[in-house]
Design a protein around this ligand. Structure first.
Ligand SMILES: [Zn+2]
Ligand SMILES: [Zn+2]
Length: 308
């Protein structure tokens, strides 16, 4: 396994906010069932189901919450929502010299893999999914579920809406199968300062699916982890607006770091090519060094849709 090469993130100035109480939250957000942390007496043995939009999101922004729920005795199921087709990753891994320079973990920082850069980028999907499975193993989840949905969130608006419906159908089946489960999504609406332009349409589609199912009364216990906060905000700003800041215990942080390392491991024998690290190096580094995760309820004025 490759040791990550961190940029000089300093641990000074970290604002360690204590866990907020649920009582202060319902005024601002939609009233939701369930608890903010992992403890839930009424649903102690019902699974907590985490929906990672892409391979890497679970390691970056959900791993601490996953471990929190496992430690509370909850079964944890980890869902990979999209296949993660991404031609940009193929371009990076087809190219020498590498865009990462000396930070690249490939031997000699050399790689001309010849992967298909056009849709549906089969080698990228395969390598990213190997990383995801390795990450899931590091986190010790009870079940891995792969929706295998083609990521059409960036297509036409009708393709986006169809993608949301596909997610809804898959989530609905799990909700029917596990009626007391809690459901954890990405807080995709937070990834932009312009509400009409989500930074990551796939993440927003996951939020939208949760929103519609909640509105229909099909999902009650829903939470959202903010993934892109590690890239979008400096450390002191990351807790802004969060309903619950999880301070990850060191034993759990060690496992989270092992999950992150799955995305920076060069081992072609195991189909591991550091695809994640070539895709989002800064987010992986920042999440590796910041022992917090940021959990939100559904905002009272949520706006579904990808925007124009
Ligand atoms: Zn993602
Ligand atoms: Zn490289």
């Amino acid at each position: 396994m490759t040791v990550p090469q961190h940029q000089g993130a300093t641990p000074t100035g970290i604002s360690r906010r204590s866990v907020l109480t649920a009582a202060g939250l319902t005024a601002a957000g939609t009233v939701l069932q369930g608890s903010w942390g992992a403890a839930s007496a009424t649903a102690a043995t019902a699974p907590a189901i985490f929906y990672s939009p892409h391979q890497d999101d679970e390691a970056i922004g959900m791993a601490g919450s996953i471990l929190e729920h496992r430690a509370a005795g909850r079964p944890v199921y980890l869902v990979l929502v999209s296949k993660g087709e991404n031609g940009g990753i193929a371009q990076y891994l087809n190219r020498t010299p590498c865009v990462l320079g000396d930070k690249c973990s490939a031997p000699g920082h050399y790689h001309e893999l010849g992967w298909q850069e056009s849709w549906p980028t089969p080698e990228v999907v395969s390598a990213r999914t190997s990383e995801f499975n390795q990450s899931a193993k590091a986190l010790g989840v009870d079940k891995v579920i792969n929706f295998k949905l083609s990521d059409t969130a960036y297509g036409t608006e009708s393709e986006y809406n169809a993608f949301v419906k596909q997610i809804m159908n898959k989530v609905r089946k799990l909700a029917e199968q596990y009626p007391k489960a809690s459901h954890k999504f990405a807080a995709g609406w937070l990834d932009t300062t312009d509400p009409t332009q989500p930074t990551n349409a796939t993440h927003k589609a996951c939020s939208d699916a949760a929103y519609w199912l909640h509105k229909n009364g099909e999902l009650t216990d829903i939470r959202f982890n903010h993934i892109y906060t590690y890239e979008a905000f400096s450390r002191s700003q990351r807790n802004r607006g969060a309903d619950y800041v999880l301070n990850i215990p060191s034993a759990h942080m060690a496992k989270k770091r092992a999950a992150i390392l799955a995305y920076n491991t060069w081992d072609p024998n195991r189909n591991l090519y550091t695809a994640g690290y070539h895709s989002v190096p800064t987010m992986l580094e920042e999440a590796y060094s910041d022992p917090r995760e940021f959990v939100f309820g559904l905002p009272s004025h949520y706006t579904p849709g990808r925007g124009k």
